[in-house]
Design a binder for this molecule. Structure first.
Ligand code: C2O
Ligand code: CU
Length: 500
């Protein structure tokens, strides 16, 4: 135990160093706009700023198609996939590398790819009609960007998200820091959880929405029945079809947790072990935080470590889920993740869960710390999130920011160089995982109290909570700031950031 504390102390120092390095990265370059299969109206997009490139180029190919995907033996869903697999392939690069991804669309409908958490140029951000024309059926588009900032990121469709992301178009994008944090863990696993629509387990046939090709690339779904995402998978499989994680006693294990779900916030925990949370949305915390569990809204990520010092066969589960599907009642189902962590040689041990009466500590944002944040902001916006249904049954599908639904929301106007503070209050009864495109932000206020909080790109604002978040307007373009709950997003909980 003593060793473990010392070890963590050492990596905390390195993490602080990395934060300082990131802050000091003041060298910028312009990225050329790469080749593109059809003309895109980008005349107003100012060339982006990127951190210094390593000069190394990493090339990938993603093919988007429909597939039948077996989430459990005998349970097949009609899905969308990158390269025929769910999640899509893990793209692993080094910070500062130039990433080129040729995306070929073999669907009968358009698609785009968004690089969630990466400060890409606006023209590479994958928002249909805002950053690019959608990739048409049969078309190819090559995304190109410099990989920054480092950390656990992900990619997903930003076109008709309820169906395309909801039915399989997502994958991990891992940007290794240029200077690796030492010592390296003994094992590393990427765990991406996702949710499937009502009836998926019995083979729901996903039908593209009728207006998927119109308007904002079909981001606004028709106001028909609210889809309910009630089937959960981990790395594309349902328990018990999820392969176990095999660990060696004494080893240090790094888990990259990604909530690629549709609607629900999930708290993850590993029975018999505490988790040391080192990064939030890929960004190092100033101090690692130890807890029984970590909660992630849709789109959020956490890097956690544990020391394999309790031999046996343990369950990695959702301690809780908060249903945010507008449907009746919480999913509140601990079994929804259902991964097993097995120590080598203990394959036949009984599976152990958390004690039923355990009083578990799930880490909160108030326990996450970041670097000291500088001076007052140059610009402040107050955003109140409301909407939804108090009557249940998802009859109300309108979600608002300051009383307006996208595309009618007021954009946030900023000037390059601004330090922009956004006060977000949630006056509704559901979680809103708010995601900012093209920038990372720092949590600088919680319930009206100033904090030096974590650096993030997605912040889950629970009912009646208030946060201050702040970003530097250093990436010109037009960007989205939206709730990542796919139903809320399609219900209008979205606005735009405009550089003046
Ligand atoms: Cu992860 Cu606008 O999305
Ligand atoms: Cu929301």
């Amino acid at each position: 135990m003593k060793d473990r504390v010392l070890l963590l102390g050492g990596s905390a120092a390195v993490l602080v160093g990395v934060v300082a390095l990131l802050a000091a990265a003041g060298v910028w370059r312009t990225l050329p706009v790469p080749g593109i299969s059809k003309p895109v109206p980008l005349a107003t997009v100012v060339p982006p700023q990127q951190t210094e490139s390593t000069g190394k180029v990493d090339e990938f190919q993603l093919t988007v198609s429909r597939i039948s995907w077996e989430i459990a033996p005998g349970r097949t869903v009609q899905a969308y996939a990158y390269n025929g697999q769910i999640p899509g392939p893990e793209l692993r690069v080094t910070e500062g590398d130039t990433v080129k991804v040729a995306v070929t669309n073999q669907l009968q409908e358009a698609t785009t790819v968004h690089w969630h958490g990466v400060d890409v140029p606006s023209s590479m951000d994958g928002v249909p009609d805002l950053s690019q024309s959608p990739i048409p059926a049969g078309g190819t588009f090559t995304y190109q960007f410099v990989a920054t900032p480092a950390g656990t990121k992900w990619y997903h469709s930003h076109f008709d998200e309820v169906n395309q992301q909801g039915d399989g178009l997502y994958g991990p994008l891992l940007i290794e820091p240029r200077q690796q944090i030492q010592p390296q863990p003994d094992r590393e696993f990427t765990l991406m959880t996702s949710q499937w629509q009502n009836g998926a387990a019995s083979g729901r046939l996903a039908v593209p929405t009728p207006n998927a090709a119109s308007g904002m690339g079909g981001m606004l779904a028709p106001n028909s029945a609210v889809p309910v995402f009630n089937t959960f998978t981990l790395n594309g499989k349902m328990a018990p079809a999820i392969p176990p994680l095999i660990v060696q006693q004494g080893g240090r294990v790094h888990l990259r947790l990604i909530n690629a779900g549709a609607t629900d916030t999930i708290a993850y925990g590993l029975a018999g072990h505490q988790l040391t949370i080192t990064n939030s949305d890929g960004n190092p915390l100033a101090q690692p935080e130890v807890a029984d569990g970590v909660s992630l809204g849709v789109g959020e990520r956490a890097d956690v470590e544990f020391v394999a010092d309790n031999p046996g066969r343990w369950t990695f589960v959702a301690l809780s889920t908060q249903s945010n599907d507008g449907g009746p009642g919480p999913t509140a189902n601990r079994g929804v993740v259902g991964e097993e962590v097995i120590y080598a040689g203990h394959e036949n041990d009984p599976l152990q869960d958390f004690p039923a009466d355990a009083n578990l500590h799930v880490a909160r944002y108030t326990e996450f710390s970041g670097p000291p944040h500088p001076d007052p902001p140059t610009r402040t916006y107050d955003l109140t999130l409301s909407g939804g249904s108090m009557m249940g049954m998802g009859s109300e599908t309108s979600w608002t920011i300051n009383g307006k639904s996208y595309p009618g929301t007021d954009p946030l106007n900023v000037h390059q160089g601004d330090r922009v503070r956004i006060h977000v209050s949630n006056m509704s009864m559901e979680d809103h995982p708010m995601h900012l495109h093209g920038h990372t932000f720092q949590v600088v206020g919680i319930s009206g109290r100033a904090v030096d909080g974590p650096i993030k790109d997605t912040l889950t604002v629970h009912p009646m909570e208030q946060y201050g978040l702040e970003f530097v307007a250093d990436n010109p373009g037009t960007w989205l700031f939206h709730c990542h709950n796919l139903v809320h997003m399609s219900g209008g909980l979205m606005t735009e950031i405009h550089y003046q």
